[in-house]
Design a protein around this ligand. Structure first.
Ligand code: COA
Length: 318
């Protein structure tokens, strides 16, 4: 499988750490030191769907790909605008990918990676040949803006990649989930209670045990990257770029250290966007591609991790 186009979009509104410290008791210094985040983008006029459409459009343009040639369209999000129809169908309608089957996937911050893996599985069966994979989120609408331990972390945006089946281009992946640990990072669905049910103790905003999530990430991410490198029979020295989910600079630094890989090979853009969940990997991929730092023939590792718990890694040649 190979990537033949990338695209991304971010909301216009920038919210700095200083602005956040006007809402909750925190400071720019605390947020920078603990997370590496300086600012994030917050959707005001944009929606998950509008950003998914725009990122998808840019990825098609980048690869000079006709929308009708897409036969699989997956949008990964945990913040859709509607429960139905699914976001991918809305994107299909807007972009004219009329030959595609379109559906949504939710694996939180691992979502883009899991969607890529799904496309690869379909390609391997010979069912589809060209897929548009999008990660799009408006996390801001699920944030508890009174909770200083979580509201500082997230941002909105969308990223996309067009991938194509290619037997000459190996794609190797591992993916995992652990539902027993699901309670450390949650966001309940909004629900109007019906006349027979009682409103329960629901957490309709993002809720997180930050330390547990941190411990999970620094343990599982290096583990699954090593697993994928072993499966691919390749050493970490041969990998040009490690494109990780952008949650926290300290997590990325710790992963690099555990793998004994120079941090410079871990591109980072979380300083400006925060954690955009399923959108973070494709936004980073697109920025690295557009800036010319990611070159054809580069070997890359993608790794996502997040609520579920879910995590995984994939290795491919760009
Ligand atoms: N500003 C100032 N102080 C804050 C704060 C904030 N925004 N958030 C928490 N604190 C306080 C806590 O209340 C605590 O105070 P106390 O010691 O008086 O009780 C203190 O800072 C330390 O809290 P702690 O939770 O131990 O901080 P931490 O070093 O673990 O950092 C996170 C907190 C959330 C930044 C960190 O745990 C983290 O990044 N976890 C991973 C989260 C993540 O990436 N989630 C998404 C994964 S997909």
């Amino acid at each position: 499988m190979k990537i033949i186009g990338t695209g991304s979009i971010l909301p216009k509104k920038i919210v700095t750490n200083d602005e956040i410290s006007e809402i909750v008791e925190t400071s720019d210094e605390w947020i920078r030191e603990r997370t590496g985040i300086l600012e994030r983008r917050i959707a005001v006029d944009e929606t998950t769907t509008s950003m998914a459409v725009e990122a998808g459009r840019k990825a098609l343009e980048n690869g000079r790909i006709a929308p009708e040639s897409i036969d699989l369209l997956i949008v990964s999000t945990f913040t859709p605008d509607r429960s139905m129809p699914n976001t991918a169908c809305a994107v299909q309608g807007e972009l004219g990918c009329r030959c595609a089957v379109a559906f949504e996937m939710n694996a939180a911050c691992s979502g883009f990676l899991f969607a890529l893996n799904t496309a690869f599985a379909y390609f391997s069966l010979g069912m589809y040949k060209r897929a548009l994979i999008i990660g799009a989120e408006t996390v801001s609408k699920t944030i508890d803006w009174t909770d200083r331990s979580s509201c500082i972390l997230f941002g909105d945006g969308a990223g996309a990649a067009v991938v194509e089946a290619d037997k000459e281009m190996p794609y190797i992946f591992v993916q995992h989930s652990d539902g027993e640990k699901g309670d450390v990072l949650t966001c309940d669905c909004h629900r109007e209670d019906n006349r027979w049910s009682l409103a329960g103790n629901r957490k309709e905003k993002v809720w997180m045990d930050g330390q547990e999530v941190f411990k999970f990430a620094v343990r599982k991410v290096p583990e699954c990257i090593e697993e994928v490198l072993t499966a691919a029979k390749i050493s970490s020295d041969e990998i040009d770029w490690f494109l990780l989910h952008q949650a926290n600079q300290r997590i990325i630094r710790s992963v690099a250290k555990r793998l004994c890989v120079d941090e410079k090979r871990f591109p980072v853009n979380l300083a400006h966007y925060g954690n955009t969940s399923a959108a973070s990997i494709p936004i980073l991929l697109d920025e690295w591609n557009q800036s010319g730092q990611l070159k054809r023939g580069n070997k890359i590792v993608l790794s996502g991790f997040g609520a579920g718990l879910t995590w995984g890694a994939a290795m491919m040649t760009f």
